[in-house]
Write a protein that binds this ligand. Structure first.
Ligand code: KG4
Ligand code: ZN
Length: 354
């Protein structure tokens, strides 16, 4: 029986990731090289460094992805690559590499939307999942809720009006001195904290399917400022979201992190379930780096069960940026004949074609 092997290439941010995926479902390899360590001293991703690191490691990542899959380059049937959204320089490295491969191997090139790929991780997790379903994308650059229809058609229901939720995790982690990347650090430390310690505000409205996280972020900042002044009676040093936090007790840092996380998770769950209720759809897929958050996974599982909604939560490696979701979605597009010319360009603002 003939199988179709697709190489998925993902370089939209600080992960150089590649995977070989068979028939849009079987992940033969899934390799990720992260440049996070080079960004940590700056407290966030530095676009130039990200692009340079992609260029440095991309050939090695390919070799490893092929070796782990036990697949020679000429056994690949197509090359799928993220063309947006993301950092333009980082995307260009991945797309140019993909074009080189497609040209030299004489294989089709398939440009993929990173956000659609995050939702395709739900199909990798649950092969019988079929549209329409509600999708929640919660990542470092995006927070949105949509309906995924057949043929990769998406209907945007709501999105963030300010910060993406992952960005809020990263900024609060920086404020609390937890380092970069902040999401996993907040997730870890929160398990030692009390999520009800501080009642941070939730941007709730009865109707909205939109999100807002900047008020929550500012509330955490103001709380920390107040506690520092009370604790030390000294003028707080630092500017903006970077005051000195060293004189907060570790338990207090854990409580602040857990309380922030709880508020962020509440907002995500509320909008996602509301979207299911509004549309009458009973399947929900979550994707993006923040979908790796343990508290979100736990609480959403419970809340969805109570409402008889089937929630699909991909494994941790498929939530954060990876090549498998790109290769998987590439297969679906290839079957529909949606291949691209070598003149394909990146689109750093692509958003589910919605
Ligand atoms: O999808 P992703 O890997 O890259 C983008 O497309 O942006 O998401 C990265 C974001 C970062 O903001 C990171 O802090 C957050 O996902 N993240 C988490 C967790 N793991 C990654 N946030 C909360 N809890 C986590 N366990
Ligand atoms: Zn992502």
């Amino acid at each position: 029986m003939n199988t179709t092997r697709i190489l998925g290439i993902e370089t939209s941010c600080d992960e150089t990731a590649m995977a070989v995926v068979e028939d849009g479902q079987r992940i033969l390899s899934n390799v990720v090289a992260s440049s996070q360590q080079f960004h940590s001293r700056y407290g966030g991703v530095v676009p130039d460094i990200a692009a340079r690191m992609h260029a440095e490691v991309i050939s090695q990542v390919l070799e490893q992805a092929l070796a782990e899959a036990g697949c020679a380059a000429d056994e690949l049937d197509a090359i799928a690559v993220t063309r947006g959204p993301g950092l333009p320089g980082a995307l260009i490295v991945g797309l140019s590499f993909a074009k080189g491969l497609a040209l030299s191997l004489d294989r089709p090139l398939i440009g993929v939307d990173h956000l659609a790929a995050h939702l395709y991780a739900g199909v990798l997790a649950q092969p019988d999942l079929s549209p329409p379903y509600v999708g929640l994308v919660a990542s470092g650059g995006h927070t949105l809720v949509c309906v995924a229809h057949e043929e990769q058609r998406f209907e945007l229901l709501g999105e963030t009006k300010d910060d993406a939720v992952g960005e809020a995790f990263d900024k609060v982690a920086k404020l609390l001195g937890l380092g970069y990347p902040g999401g996993p650090a907040i997730d870890r430390i929160s398990s030692k904290g009390n999520p009800a310690a501080i009642a941070f505000p939730r941007a709730h409205s009865k109707e909205a399917l939109d999100f807002s996280f900047s008020g929550l972020k500012t509330a955490v900042y103001n709380h920390v400022q107040r506690r520092l002044v009370q604790g030390s009676r000294l003028k707080v040093e630092g500017e903006g979201l970077e005051p000195r936090t060293s004189n907060l007790e570790p338990q207090e840092v854990a409580d602040i992190a857990a309380s922030f996380q709880e508020a962020a998770v509440d907002m995500l769950i509320q909008r996602a379930l509301r979207a299911c209720q509004r549309t009458g759809l009973v399947s929900l897929v979550i994707g993006g780096g923040v979908a790796a958050n343990r508290r979100l996974r736990e609480r959403l599982t419970e809340a969805a069960a109570a409402k008889k909604i089937r929630v699909v939560i991909p494994s941790l490696e498929l939530c954060v940026d990876n090549g498998a979701m790109v290769g998987g979605l590439g297969y679906e597009l290839l079957r529909k004949g949606r291949v691209d010319p070598l003149s394909l360009t990146v689109d750093s603002t692509l958003c589910l074609n919605a």
